[in-house]
Ligand binder design. Structure first.
Ligand SMILES: N[C@@H](CCC(=O)N[C@@H](CS)C(=O)NCC(=O)O)C(=O)O
Length: 222
């Protein structure tokens, strides 16, 4: 399935058709080890549509990224004349543009709650991961904050399959890259977090998750 417009009158010339398809395809500029880009890749693969992922070397940022995002960060999504940055904004756009399977809850109250969770993941989990990544003076403190927050969330997962209930949602997308990186960042979970760790394996076994991994990310876990 081609994202965007269909041009049946051009279908006889496959090269022109291919060129237009590529031109109108969603393009994701993505860091090969970037947990935020990882989030967007998961959504694209879960949706199973056509898109192009452009690997961006963190050290040698392409001009495309710098020109598209005033903060010069990945991920960046480009679709025709639309350019978006910030992983959660990109993911909500993809979810609305390609509603099956829907990853944000359809009900406004639940959607509000989901957005609050997404905000808290940034504030309480990913902010700590950034500190470790940037060589924090007290990485163990950051590791402990992540461990304690995940242990608390684990209680929810002893009662239900996914963070919002029985269906895989945007919250599971948002937390999966962090769970994948626990070993890599030396974050050890205790026995109380067993439901969280079982849930993590459930996420890692999804085809969309497997397909979204870059070779560098695959190498993060034994
Ligand atoms: N809040 C942003 C964070 C994106 C981000 O921090 N990306 C990192 C790579 S994982 C980056 O591009 N850093 C480059 C820089 O800070 O110059 C999002 O959700 O997309």
């Amino acid at each position: 399935m081609i994202a965007g417009m269909n041009f049946p009158f051009l279908a006889s010339d496959s090269s022109i058709f291919y060129g237009l398809t590529v031109l109108f395809m969603m393009r994701l500029y993505s860091g090969v080890t970037c947990p935020y880009s990882h989030r967007c890749r998961i959504v694209l693969f879960e949706k199973g549509m056509d898109f192009e992922v452009i690997d961006v070397d963190q050290m040698h940022r392409t001009e495309d990224v710098s020109a598209s995002n005033p903060y010069s960060k990945v991920p960046v999504l480009v679709e025709r004349d639309l350019t978006l940055y910030e992983a959660n904004i990109i993911n909500e756009y993809i979810d609305e543009r390609f509603p099956h399977p829907q990853l944000m809850p359809p009900d406004p109250v639940m959607r509000g709650r989901a957005r609050l969770f997404l905000h808290r993941f940034e504030q309480e989990l990913y902010s700590q991961l950034n500190l470790i990544e940037q060589g924090a003076k007290t990485p163990d403190k950051a590791r402990a904050v992540i461990r304690d927050n995940l242990t608390q969330l684990s209680q929810i997962l002893s009662r239900q399959k996914f963070l919002l209930g029985d269906e895989f949602s945007m919250l599971d997308v948002a937390i999966a890259p962090l769970l994948w990186r626990l070993e890599h960042y030396g974050i050890q979970m205790g026995k109380e977090a067993a439901p969280m760790m079982k849930y993590a394996e459930r996420l890692f076994s999804r085809q969309g998750f497997i397909d979204a991994l870059t070779p560098s990310e695959r190498a993060m876990r034994k």
